[in-house]
Ligand binder design. Structure first.
Ligand SMILES: Nc1nc2c(ncn2[C@@H]2O[C@H](COP(=O)(O)OP(=O)(O)O)[C@@H](O)[C@H]2O)c(=O)[nH]1
Ligand SMILES: [Mg+2]
Length: 247
């Protein structure tokens, strides 16, 4: 058989991490370089970033078959990006689906230990800033106070067993995402993290938190806005009144 006719079967990883991006053209190349050795696949979900994040990612994906890019029409919010990304991964039969920020805040080398917890029987593993051994680097005190101000009332009102309920570094067993019916979550923005933690707890999933070191971004800017915070309060209050019930 001629070389050119031989089809090369590339075994794609059955584990993938969803990486939402908005205006991350500067951070993404560095993130992907540090991510590649993990052996996980990555799905970049970009909301038409004007800085050309998606164009760059698509070009990079041509030589990096473990990378996929989902382009969306406009900035619709972190929660909607995750819903679209999770649907993409579940349709394609991935067994483990994760979440990570593109700004190098979450350490890729923690993924192996998180995956080991799934193999030991966890349904959801949270890379946690706020359990013993976890920490945040580069956060002004104001940001720590803000984070606790969001996290503590949400934890109390919803009786969440997770400490780092607002964090965005997680690995899910694909079946666990199906159990929580992630496609029917309602959050547009960052409160998606709390909504999914709430559903995970209500569904009785086995949740493990592992300590991580979170580093505040050195390039690009945070997308956390006042509207996102307002939606956070509204959704938490709604969930407290009318919690989701597993089928
Ligand atoms: N696709 C998409 N990604 C978003 C959106 N908002 C934030 N992100 C991404 O979500 C991740 C976390 O956002 P970031 O601004 O770092 O939030 P912070 O760490 O809380 O300051 C980053 O990778 C952002 O690019 C959005 O509306 N759509
Ligand atoms: Mg960030």
């Amino acid at each position: 058989m001629r070389e050119s006719m031989r089809r090369v079967e590339v075994e794609l990883p059955r584990r993938i991490v969803v990486v939402p991006t908005y205006q991350e053209r500067e951070a993404l190349p560095r993130f992907l370089a540090s991510f590649e050795p993990t052996g996980f696949g990555a799905l970049v979900v970009d909301d038409a970033s004007p800085d050309g994040t998606a164009d760059w990612a698509e070009a990079y994906a041509r030589d990096h078959p473990w990378l996929h890019v989902l382009r969306r029409g406009g900035k619709e919010g972190l929660g909607t990006a995750y819903r679209a990304g999770f649907a993409w991964c579940l349709e394609r039969g991935y067994e483990v689906v994760g979440q990570m920020d593109a700004d190098l805040s979450h350490p890729p080398d923690a993924l192996a230990g998180m995956a080991a917890e799934l193999e030991r029987g966890a349904d959801l593993v949270v890379g946690s800033r706020f359990v013993r051994g976890g920490k945040t680097v580069g956060w002004p005190r104001r940001r720590t106070v803000q984070s606790y101000a969001a996290l503590l009332p949400a934890r109390l009102l919803l009786r969440l067993p997770v400490v780092d309920v607002t964090g965005g570094f997680k690995l899910w067993r694909a079946d666990a995402l199906r159990r929580i019916e992630v496609e029917t979550t309602v959050s547009q923005g960052y409160v998606f993290q709390i909504e999914t933690a709430h559903r995970a707890a209500r569904a009785g999933l086995r949740i493990v938190e592992l300590p991580i070191t979170f580093r505040e971004r050195e390039v690009g800017a945070s997308k956390l806005s006042a509207a996102v915070k307002r939606e956070g309060i509204a959704v938490v209050l709604r969930l407290a009144r009318d919690p989701w019930r597993p089928r």
